[in-house]
Design a protein around this ligand. Structure first.
Ligand code: NAD
Ligand code: LMR
Length: 333
C-alpha cells in the first residue's frame, strides 16, 4: 500500500482478508478532510481489529460507510452528542491518530491556527490521558511544532507522560520529498527529512540519497519546495483547506509503522519526538530517525555524520524557530 517500504508485500497484506491482529486504532477528527480518507486507509489495514472514529459531527455516517469495506475490523463512530462517545472511542486504543482542528487558508501560516487548534488538541490529549494513557498518540493537527508540546504537557500534568509514545506526524514531508526527487531520479526512493513541520524547520537531507546529484540551484529549489509544499496545496485549494489526501496516505503509512513495531518488528521511522539531540541549544523536540518497538520510541539516532554543510546550516536556522513554537505550545498548557 505504501510506496518504497516493501510496497508490494504491504499492499498484499493490507487488502487481504487474513484474520486481523488485535489492535484498536482511534481517529479523532474522523469526519474531516484528512479524517475520512485516513479512516478508509486504516480500514484497509488488516493489522487493525477495531477502528474507532470520533468527531464532533457526522461520524456515524463515515463509520457506516467505511464499515462496509470487507476487512474484518469492527468500526464504531461517535459524535460529541453521544454520551461517553470519546471515552468509548479511546478505551483500549493502542494508537490514537489526531487530525482534529482547522486547516489553513491562503495567506495563513500554520502558527495562525494555534488559537483554535491548541485548545482542541489540549482537550483531546486530556481525554487520551484519562481513557488510554498507554496509547501512542500521533498528532497531525497543526501547528505540529506546538501541538506536540501541548500534548506532552497535558500528559505530564495528568502524571502519565511517557515521551516514547507521543509523535508529531511529519511523514507528509517525507512523502513529498520522495515524490519530488522521484521525478529527478526516475524512481521512488526514501528521502530523510528532519527538524519540524513548518516552513524552514522542515529540512530535507538530499545529501543522504544515494546516486542523487544536484546543482546548488536545484538543491535550493527542491529544498524550498519541500519546505513550502503545504502552501502549494493550500493555494490550489483556494480557501477550501489544505492537504488531505496525501496527508491521509502519509498518516496511514506512519500508523502502519507503529503497528508493525507494536507487533514486534524492528521498524525505523522519521518522527517529531521528545529528543535530547539539541538539548544544549535548549530544544526539546526534533524530528529525526527513530527506532521503534512495541513501546514506541526505542532509540533516537543522531543526525547522519555525512550531512552537507548546507544542511547543517539549515538545522542551525531551524533551531530558534522550533524553540519558539515549542515554548508557545508548552506555556499554553
Ligand atoms: P477539516 O476541517 O477538514 O477537518 C477537521 C475535523 O476536525 C472536522 O471534521 C472537525 O469537525 C473536527 N474537529 C474539530 N474539533 C474537534 C474536536 N474537539 N474533537 C473531534 N473532532 C474535532 O481539516 P483537515 O483538512 O482534516 O485538517 C485537520 C488538521 O490537520 C489541520 O490542523 C491541518 O492544518 C492539519 N494538517 C496537518 C498535516 C501534517 O503534515 N501534520 C497535513 C495536513 C493537515
Ligand atoms: C501540509 O504540510 O500540507 C500541512 O501541514 C497543511 C498545511 O497547512 O500546509
Amino acid at each position: 500500500m505504501f510506496a518504497t517500504r516493501n510496497s508490494l508485500k504491504l499492499a498484499a497484506r493490507s487488502f487481504s482478508t487474513a484474520v486481523p491482529l488485535h489492535s484498536k486504532v482511534a481517529v479523532l477528527g474522523a469526519a474531516g478532510g484528512i479524517g475520512q480518507p485516513l479512516s478508509l486507509l486504516l480500514k484497509a489495514n488488516t493489522r487493525i481489529s477495531k477502528l474507532s472514529l470520533y468527531d464532533i459531527q457526522n461520524t456515524p455516517g463515515v463509520a457506516a460507510d467505511v464499515g462496509h469495506i470487507n476487512t474484518l475490523s469492527e468500526v464504531t463512530g461517535y459524535s460529541a452528542k453521544d454520551q461517553d462517545g470519546l471515552k468509548k472511542t479511546l478505551e483500549g486504543a493502542e494508537l490514537v491518530v489526531i487530525p482534529a482542528g482547522v486547516p489553513r487558508k491562503p495567506g495563513m501560516t500554520r502558527d495562525d491556527l494555534f488559537n483554535t487548534n491548541a485548545g482542541i488538541v489540549r482537550d483531546l490529549a486530556q481525554a487520551c490521558a484519562e481513557f488510554c494513557p498507554k496509547a501512542k498518540l500521533l498528532i497531525i493537527s497543526n501547528p505540529v511544532n506546538s501541538t506536540v508540546p501541548i500534548a506532552t504537557e497535558v500528559f505530564k500534568k495528568a502524571g502519565v507522560h511517557d515521551p516514547k509514545k507521543i509523535f508529531g506526524v511529519t511523514s507528509l514531508d517525507l512523502v513529498r520529498a520522495s515524490r519530488f526527487i522521484g521525478d529527478k531520479l526516475g524512481k521512488v526512493v526514501d528521502v530523510p527529512v528532519v527538524g519540524g513541520h513548518a516552513g524552514i524547520t522542515i529540512i530535507p537531507l538530499f545529501s543522504q540519497v544515494k546516486g542523487l546529484e544536484l546543482t546548488d540551484a536545484e538543491r535550493d529549489a527542491l529544498t524550498y519546495r519541500v519546505q513550502f509544499g503545504g502552501d502549494e496545496v493550500v493555494k490550489a485549494k483556494d480557501g477550501l483547506g489544505s492537504a488531505t489526501l496525501s496527508m491521509a496516505y502519509a498518516g496511514a503509512r506512519f500508523a502502519d509503522s507503529l503497528l508493525r513495531a507494536g507487533a514486534g518488528e524492528d521498524v525505523l521511522e522519521w518522527a517529531f519526538v521528545r529528543s535530547d539531540l539539541f538539548k544544549k541549544e535548549g530544544l526539546e523536540y526534533f524530528s529525526t530517525y527513530v527506532k521503534l518497538d512495541k513501546d514506541g520510541v526505542k532509540e533516537i539516532l543522531p543526525l547522519p555524520e555525512s550531512i552537507s554543510e548546507y544542511e547543517r546550516e539549515l538545522v542551525q536556522k531551524a533551531i530558534p524557530e522550533l524553540k519558539k513554537s515549542e515554548t508557545k505550545g508548552a506555556s499554553f498548557v
